[in-house]
Every structure is written in structure tokens, then in C-alpha cells.
Design a protein around this ligand. Structure first.
Ligand code: FAD
Length: 487
């Protein structure tokens, strides 16, 4: 059997392990942490369980495909359901709307509560589906670095539609054209944050994202987001993949322009293939530091990061759903702070994810597990201790105003995740959540390829390479990469 080594047990690393094991490789995964999943992990605090990172689950077929590949029935191993309400939105003026999973119900709700004609919602979602149909096959399912991605009938058809794919205007400009009401524009601008970008900069092409959430659906794994990691990790074990934890790889060994293995814990381990799932910027700084550096790619601006308070709350708020957003009064200023000033706006948009709404045992009786998050700049050496203290105060007072409560005495337990710890726990450059930002129209082309053009037998997967961050794209990166090996 050919021997392959994977560096990192992030979700893309696990997916790559499954795909290679199915192809008959002997697979060894080396992971610096003591647990699998990277950002997709969980924490428990005094009777509360929290999904530590990702909270929104889209494109579940990318997970299911891995079970199918291994000849298993996905629903025997991983269960999930479609959400009736994708998100509950709140504003300071007392308005709130539920984004129903059913498009017509959502359009009706936006019409009744915000005065936005329902047809505008349907039109926006049709346009989103159109972008998906034309761009997903090119950008999500194939390597951008192979000529046959660009020269085929499907690609040629897409070139003819360039004008309608949002490449030439910003997301905010397109949404201002589509919608009458500022609140609807704000709601749709929020999708830029799904890959850590700025709606006032990112091309309207990213209006592809509402298609995933509304036309296809938002989902919740029955056992929580961490079950994506757990069930795929178990599948990899069943396929004979060997995981080595607390094993921080020190170097990718290279001989005659070919990757031949790794150095880990002072030992050299040889292999026929090396796959890197570690963030590319930090990989070039550490395990590839002797190799030629692709400077331009590494210097690309990074996505935003996050500040999260995992709070055990001694009360049930019946008005809150699984996903809740308490919007900032000045969205433009908020993004100006994040991307231009590298600071946190005084009135941030607050996201509260509460899995105990669906999974009761995630919190004690009459309590809720609040994953309370705001978008923040990535780590540029700011004085985070000061920023976090200030932000905590502003977040709590915003929650108090909108939910008409006094939160502080209800917080029973607290743990914090912030840009510095995101970087130290998963080695993401600057603690960015999604690798590079998509704040310009060339960003998709400036991500690292899924293979090394300099070194043979070296391949890449994960959120910092093509096609990008977020669970579905990370899973697709493993697929694209494995297909390149076949060639
Ligand atoms: P990572 O999770 O980055 O893991 C890389 C692994 O490599 C780590 O385990 C690390 O320890 C290991 N490693 C690094 N260096 C070495 C080394 N030298 N040797 C050995 N191992 C090493 N996505 C969504 O789809 N929906 C969401 O709602 C969402 N929300 C998010 C919220 C937060 C707070 C965060 C942090 C992320 C969120 N994301 C979301 C993004 C998503 O989590 C990531 O895109 C995805 O999990 C990244 O997976 P990955 O395979 O690139 O690896």
C-alpha cells in the first residue's frame, strides 16, 4: 500500500483521510492538539456543552458523501434536520423578524414586519440561485489552477453571463438596488460575514450565499455541530486511518523537489504523499520555511476574526431561537471599524447561538447555553485585553436593551475565545476564521492551489486554500485535492 501523511486533523484533514483510505492508501494523520476537529470542536463547562467554532451548517450532502464513499448509509451515522427558522433578527427599535426556511413564509414576514415587497425577496433568491448555478461548478468543485477548469462548455457559458454574476459591483450596492428597506439591505449584507468579508467591499458575487441558506436550507446536526467532527473521525477510524495526537509536525521533508515525509517529535517519518491541512501562511513560516515562499499569496488580506463568550445562562428566553442576530444601528461604521480601523465598533452586531433550543441536554434545566459572538478584526497586535473588556460591556448592554433584561447576574459560567487564542489553538494566521478575505474580486484566484507547483507529492486542503473557508468549502477542498492526486 502507498503511504500518505496528513498534517492536521481539521475537518478538511479528516475528509482527506477518509477519501485517501477509500482509495486504498495507508493514512496517518498527525495533529498538534490532543483532539480532532480543529476549529470544529466543543467545550463543556459545568453542565453546559458548547460547539466551540462553527454554528451554521449548510450543504450537508458534503458530509453524507463521505459516508456513501465508504459504502455506509449516512443516516445510520450522522443525523440532522432542516431548520424551520434559519435566524431570528432583532433591531434596537423593537422590530424583529424570523427568517423562515420556507421562502414564501420568509418573504411574507419581511413584507409584513419591514414593509419590503415580498417579490423583492423572491427576486433576490432567484438571482442568488442563478449565481450558484453558474459559479459553483467552476469555483467550488474544481481546482482553479488546472487549464481544463477554464476551457470547457460549462465555463464558456458562465463567461457569457459575467454581468449578471455580480462581479462588477459590491454586495451592498447590489442589495441597495434590490431592496427598498434599509433593514432588508442590512439583513442581506450580513451574508458577507459568512466568509469573514466586508459587504461594502466584497463583490456582489457573494450574494450566492443566501441561496445556500434559503433555497437549499440551513440545518442542525441532531447531536450538535461537533458531531460533524465526531462522526467523520469515527468513519476515518473505521477505515483504518491512524491518528497521532499531540504530534506537532516540525517540517515537511523534501528531497529532489519532492515531499518525502515529515519530521515530528524529532523523528523522521517517510511517506509517498504528504497532505497539509495546516493554515498555509503559518505552514510556510514553519514546516515549509526552507522552501521558496509564494509571497504574493501569503500577503493577501485575511478574513475577520471573532470574539466569543461562551455563557451559561440561568434563564430561558423563549423569544430566542437557535440562531439570533441583534443588529448594529450603523452597519457601515461597524465594518469600517473591523476592516479599516482594526478596531471594534461600540455598537457591534451580536450573534447568539443557542443549541439547547434544539438539543435540550446542552444546558441544565431552565438554563440556556449562549455562544455569544461578534465579528472583530483579525489579530494585528491590538491591545485585546482592553478591547475585549470594552466589547463585553457593550454586548451586555445591547442585549439588555433589546431583550429588556439584566444579563450580568444570569451569567453562571463564562469562557472566552478571541483572535489570539483562535490562532494559538488551530494555527490560523492572525486568528482569521476563513483564511483570506474575499474583499476584492480577484480573491478567489489568490488562494493557494490544492497542490504544490514546486514540490511533487505535496497537496493542500483546508480553509486557507482553494475554494476557501467554512465547513462545506473545506470538505470540497479535500475532494478537489484527492481528485488531483488521481491525475
Ligand atoms: P482547522 O480547523 O483550521 O484545523 C487545522 C488543524 O491543523 C488544527 O487542528 C491544528 O491543530 C492542526 N495543525 C496546525 N499546525 C499543525 C502542525 N504543525 N502539526 C500538526 N497539526 C497541526 N464555518 C461554517 O461553515 N459555519 C460557521 O458557522 C462557522 N463559524 C465559525 C465560527 C468560529 C468561531 C470559527 C473559529 C470558525 C467558523 N467557521 C464556520 C469556519 C470553519 O470552522 C473553518 O473554515 C473550518 O473548520 C476549518 O477547517 P480546516 O480543515 O481548514 O482546519
Amino acid at each position: 500500500k502507498q503511504k500518505s501523511i496528513i498534517i492536521g486533523a481539521g475537518i478538511a484533514g479528516i475528509a482527506a483521510a477518509i477519501r485517501l483510505a477509500v482509495k486504498g492508501y495507508l493514512v496517518d494523520v498527525y495533529e498538534a492538539n490532543s483532539y480532532p476537529g480543529g476549529k470544529l470542536s466543543e467545550i463543556t463547562l459545568k453542565g453546559y456543552r458548547f460547539d466551540a467554532g462553527p454554528s451554521l451548517f449548510t450543504l450537508p450532502e458534503q458530509v453524507e458523501e463521505l459516508f456513501l464513499l465508504a459504502g455506509k448509509n449516512p443516516s445510520d451515522h450522522f443525523e440532522y434536520s432542516k431548520l424551520d427558522v434559519a435566524c431570528h433578527y432583532f433591531w434596537e427599535d423593537g422590530k424583529s423578524i424570523k427568517a423562515y426556511g420556507d421562502v414564501n413564509a420568509f418573504a411574507e414576514e419581511v413584507n409584513t414586519k419591514l414593509g419590503e415587497p415580498s417579490e423583492n425577496i423572491r427576486k433576490a433568491l432567484r438571482s442568488s440561485a442563478y449565481i450558484y448555478e453558474h459559479l459553483a461548478p467552476l469555483f467550488m468543485h474544481r481546482s482553479l489552477h488546472q487549464w481544463n477548469t477554464w476551457v470547457n462548455p460549462q465555463a464558456l457559458r458562465s463567461y457569457l453571463k459575467m454581468g449578471k454574476l455580480g462581479i462588477f459591483e459590491t454586495m451592498n450596492a447590489a442589495n441597495e438596488r434590490l431592496f427598498q428597506q434599509d433593514k432588508t439591505v442590512q439583513l442581506f449584507n450580513r451574508y458577507a460575514t459568512y466568509n469573514g468579508s466586508n459587504p461594502y467591499e466584497t463583490p456582489a458575487t457573494l450574494n450566492i450565499i443566501p441561496h445556500l441558506e434559503f433555497n437549499i436550507g440551513a440545518f442542525f446536526p441532531k447531536k450538535g455541530m461537533h458531531d460533524i467532527t465526531q462522526s467523520l473521525y469515527q468513519l476515518a477510524l473505521d477505515l483504518g486511518v491512524r491518528f497521532h495526537f499531540n504530534a506537532k509536525v516540525e517540517e515537511i521533508l523534501v528531497e529532489n523537489d519532492q515531499a518525502v515525509g515529515i519530521k515530528v517529535n524529532q523523528n523522521e517519518v517517510k511517506s509517498d504523499l504528504v497532505i497539509n491541512n495546516m493554515d498555509m501562511v503559518n505552514a510556510y513560516k514553519t514546516i515549509l520555511k526552507k522552501q521558496k515562499q509564494p509571497k504574493k499569496l501569503l500577503e493577501q488580506p485575511k478574513s475577520s476574526s471573532a470574539l466569543i463568550f461562551y455563557w451559561g445562562i440561568k434563564k430561558v428566553f423563549p423569544e430566542l431561537d437557535l440562531h439570533n442576530i441583534l443588529f448594529s444601528d450603523d452597519y457601515k461604521e461597524e465594518f469600517h471599524h473591523i476592516f479599516e480601523k482594526n478596531a471594534i465598533y461600540q455598537d457591534p452586531t451580536v450573534y447568539i447561538n443557542i443549541t439547547s433550543v434544539h438539543k435540550k441536554d446542552d444546558a441544565p434545566e431552565e438554563c440556556m447555553n449562549w455562544f455569544t459572538m461578534i465579528n472583530v478584526p483579525n489579530n494585528q497586535g491590538q491591545d485585546w485585553d482592553v478591547l475585549i473588556k470594552e466589547a463585553r460591556k457593550n454586548i451586555i448592554s445591547k442585549i439588555n436593551r433589546i431583550l429588556k433584561t439584566d444579563l450580568e447576574p444570569l451569567i453562571e459560567v463564562e469562557q472566552i475565545l478571541e483572535p489570539r487564542t483562535i490562532e494559538s489553538k488551530t494555527s490560523s494566521a492572525n486568528g482569521a476564521l476563513y483564511g483570506n478575505s474575499s474583499n476584492n474580486k480577484y480573491a478567489a484566484f489568490l488562494r493557494h492551489a490544492n497542490y504544490s507547483s514546486k514540490l511533487k507529492k505535496l497537496y493542500f486542503c483546508g480553509g486557507s486554500v482553494h475554494p476557501g473557508g467554512g465547513i462545506p468549502l473545506c470538505l470540497l477542498s479535500a475532494k478537489i485535492m484527492t481528485e488531483l492526486i488521481k491525475k
